[in-house]
Design a protein around this ligand. Structure first.
Ligand SMILES: C[S@@+](CC[C@H](N)C(=O)[O-])C[C@H]1O[C@@H](n2cnc3c(N)ncnc32)[C@H](O)[C@@H]1O
Length: 242
């Protein structure tokens, strides 16, 4: 491939240069001019925790140059798996190269898979315990956001967590980006608010990111156990006497 991805070294600074070049090429889907900061990466991955001995299956969406992938790799155990989805072919190619070079990724190399794909094409039969999302929702239409959210909800196990970020200062960006961006941002925000309502939600603010961001953590409810009385038998009920 005769592009920057083929020429930059798969180091973090090489990744920053490639990310900025891809933002210049398509800011709408790339979403930022720099990868997420280490502080934001920690806020988005802090909830990846093992509650049993079972291996965890983790999905990362919009992996870019791996700012979040590295943090996830540092947290997972030897039996856990990390599946990264990245739509941009140049970023996906860069990330594949980084697995052999970056110490955190190399340590879990055999447990990391990178797919160059759009998240909405994820097989609906996949199942994940945790999902870390890096896509720039605010740049997407309401329908695009709903399609991504439904795809994510469909593959998340009950009790599992989704983390994602939204940038602060959207209204200020509208002033430069115009009405179309404003419509997308508001439509996407509406879809995300409805999506969050299905989960238990938590939010922290990360100021040390470009731009500053909210890190959201959504926990999927575990399905309610069936009520034994529904079948007509309640073991705790008093016997009915005539
Ligand atoms: C804001 S960047 C985040 C990159 C990286 N996770 C980080 O935090 O630095 C958004 C990334 O999502 C990718 N992306 C956007 N839409 C996507 C989609 N529908 N499916 C998969 N990846 C997508 C972009 O190509 C880009 O790499």
């Amino acid at each position: 491939m005769t592009n920057l991805a083929a020429r930059v070294s798969p180091t973090r600074w090489g990744g920053h240069a490639l990310f900025a070049a891809e933002a210049g090429r398509d800011l709408r889907t790339t979403g930022a001019i720099a990868p997420s900061s280490p502080r934001l990466a920690r806020a988005l991955t802090a909830s990846i925790a093992r509650s049993t001995d079972a291996a965890l299956s983790i999905l990362e969406v919009g992996a870019g140059t791996g700012a979040l992938s590295r943090e996830i790799a540092a947290r997972i155990g030897p039996d856990d798996t990390l599946t990264c989805i990245e739509r941009n072919p140049r970023l996906a190619e860069y990330l594949r190269g980084a697995i052999g070079v970056d110490p955190a990724l190399r340590a879990r190399a055999g447990r990391i898979v990178i797919h160059q794909a759009d998240i909405v094409d994820l097989p609906a039969t996949d199942r994940y315990d945790a999902i870390v999302v890096g896509v720039p929702f605010a740049n997407f239409t309401e329908n695009e956001t709903r399609a991504i959210c439904d795809a994510l909800d469909g593959v998340l196990e009950p009790g599992g967590r989704i983390t994602y970020f939204s940038y602060l200062g959207g209204a200020a960006v509208d002033r430069f980006a115009g009405d179309r961006h404003r419509r997308h941002r508001l439509g996407s925000a509406r879809a995300l608010a409805e999506f969050r309502a299905r989960f238990r939600q938590d939010r922290v603010t990360v100021w040390t990111n470009l731009p500053p961001a909210y890190a959201w953590t959504l926990t999927k409810p575990v399905a309610a156990q069936p009520d034994p009385r529904v079948d007509g038998e309640n073991p705790c009920a008093e016997p009915i006497t005539a």
